[in-house]
Design a protein around this ligand. Sequence first.
Ligand SMILES: C[S@@+](CC[C@H](N)C(=O)[O-])C[C@H]1O[C@@H](n2cnc3c(N)ncnc32)[C@H](O)[C@@H]1O
Length: 177
Amino acid sequence: MQNKFSGDPYAPAEDTYFLEDNLVNEKGKNALDIGTGSGYLTRTLSRNFLQVIATDIDFGSLVNQNKKIKNCICCDAADALNCKFDLIVCNMPYLQSDEISDRRVDGGKEGVEVPLKIIKSAVKCINDSGKMLFVTSSLANYEKLIEESKKFGLDLKIISRKKLFFEELIIVEAKLK
Ligand SMILES: C[S@@+](CC[C@H](N)C(=O)[O-])C[C@H]1O[C@@H](n2cnc3c(N)ncnc32)[C@H](O)[C@@H]1O
């Protein structure tokens, strides 16, 4: 997989704000924001969680954040972490793409390839009583993403949908079986 992107972080957009609407009432000890980008969701999580860790695979995004966040790790999904979280969130890169040219948005084949890697990596970090919330879209094969993720030992359900002009945003909740 190539990565030609290392530059400005993803600017908060409809999908960012929709995920924020769905996590803003969550509370707990610790949370993980995978693919933090600008850090927008990490800052929202910091209001209700004692400790928030953020990761992003794109170093350029992290160094160019206009508001620096604490506890930021440059790594693939949760690969560098060996701890559990009450809540894990990810606004996935979900656009269908033949190659990964822009890590901010390219999800690989069917818009599922990168999200599946991220979910697989995150599973080991979900508390027994915790959960993961992630964004996907009607532009991706989200049904396949949900079906394939069950193989990681997760129960998944769609908890919210939002129709936009050109796509429908989908929030999925995943818990350990
Ligand atoms: C759609 S953007 C979301 C950014 C921010 N969380 C938001 O909601 O505005 C996806 C982010 O995931 C990051 N990303 C892509 N693949 C990743 C991976 N395998 N591990 C960690 N971060 C990744 C991208 O660099 C980008 O910052």
